[in-house]
Structure formats: C-alpha cells, structure tokens
Ligand binder design. Sequence first.
Ligand SMILES: [Zn+2]
Length: 308
Amino acid sequence: MKCALVTHADCLEHQPGPRHPESRARLEAVLEALAAGGLARTWQRVDAPRASREQLARVHHADYLDAVERAAPSSGVHALDADTVMSPGSLAAASRAAGAVVHAVDLVMSGRATAAFCATRPPGHHARAGDAMGFCIYGNAAIGVAHALASHGVERVAIADFDVHRGNGTESMFRRDARVLMADSFQHPYYPLGDFPERAGYVPMRLAAGDGAEAFRRHWRDTGLPALRAFRPQLLLVSAGFDAHVEDPLADVRLDASDYRWLTHELRDIAEASAQGRIVSTLEGGYRLDTLGGAVAAHLMALGDCGR
Ligand SMILES: [Zn+2]
C-alpha cells in the first residue's frame, strides 16, 4: 500500500446540529470527491480504529478525558464550549478521528504506507490539553505526534498547519518539547484571538484578511518551508484545513485548489528529503461544501504522487 485513506463511518455520526458549519455533509463531500476523482485507485481505504485512553492521555489531562466521556449525551446535544457540541455519536467519532492519525502514523512508520490522509471529523487543532475548543474535541494531529515520539522512537516530528485558523491547541501541547517543530499559517487577527508565544519550535505565519496566493506562498516559501527543511523531520504531520479557500464562508483568505496542491508538493519534498517520504495528513476545517472536495482532491493528488 502506497497511500492510505484512513476514515470511518462513525465520523459521520457526530451531529452538532442543523445550523452548525462542521456538518457530516463535509465528510460526505470529501469522500464523494475522492471516489469520483479516480483517487480510489491510489488511495486504499483503511478503517480508523478508536484511540486508546493511553494514546489520548499523552496530550490530554485525565480529568478532561473523563469529562468528555461524561458529557456524551444519550439523546440531544451537550455543549462543551460555545462552538463545540457533543451528540450521541460524537464520542465514537472523536475517538476514531484521533485513532485515525495514530493508525496512520503506524502505517507510515512501519513502511506499510508512504503517505496517509485521515478523512475524519471532528477536527482537532484547537483542542487543548484540558478543554474542547472551536469544533475540536481531541487534538488529533497532536495525538499522532505524541504517538510517533512515544511508540516509534522518532526524535524529530514536524507539523505543517495550513488551516486558516491558528492551530493553538496543537501548538500549546508541545511548548516544552524540542522534538517537535510546528509551522502554522493563519488569518490574523482572527479566531482564536489572543496572544501566542514567539518561541523556538513554533513558526507562525500571519495572513491578513484579503490575502491570497501571493502572500500565502511567500510566507511558506520564505519562512515555513525553510524552517521545516532545516529541522530535518523524521516524520511530517499535516493539519490540512481548507477554510483559507476563497469561497469558504468562515474566513477571508483567498486561496484556491492550486495553492493547496503547490504547498503539498513542497511538504512532500521535505518528507522525502529527511523522512523517507513519511507524511500523515489529517482533515481540519473547510466549510464550503461545493469546493471542499476539490481542494482535498488537489491535496491528495500532490500527497500521493509517491516514489517519484
Ligand atoms: Zn479552521
């Protein structure tokens, strides 16, 4: 297997309500686009396992994990924060979304896949050690990073986050860990508001409302990609959010599918240079249903062009 598409039907059953932008229709749109675009020949579908308590507890506090389990309703919805809601299917969905990244890391670290993409929801990069936030329950990408460090003896893991919102949760989980480098482009000032640290191991790239391909590519070409390259990661994680797309209703950056294809090619080159090509991407945001599938397909076409 060269390329693994890690997903699970349980991820459709997280239902935060009819007016919530983080809907099951997002994942349906992604899976339909991947099936229609001929990517099914390259990307072998793999069922996401549930994450274990031990895997979740590497980045989350035990009392938070207990609280999430207690909050799962048997009917209706329960709000964890202003934007983050649990329905009866949410606990299984969140567990599969985290478990997908763990399994994807296992697949690429063992050589069973070169690249893996986790088509899952809820997203994860805003979740913090002790709090749900911004549609995110578990820190999926962070849980994958922690798994690679703890179970595979990896010494350097990099994270590239191109979701339009800052990956504050992921960033906060590795503040004192020199084994992790995160490069993060985001609209600023924007959600999540507030200060963030200028520190070693974190490479923020601020995009202004109205910025498009030129600024996005310049930031990555001049700042994010050189930092990732110099770090020489042994594994590259990608927090792949597609809400910087020009058509996305949740933000004001103006990218299109070609920008996602460009950056993904650049990230894959870095993975090939120092990580034997090992790259794991996981779905974060992206809320315009009629463009999300095409953007993800562009990402996967670049991600899956393995072994050139
Ligand atoms: Zn986002």
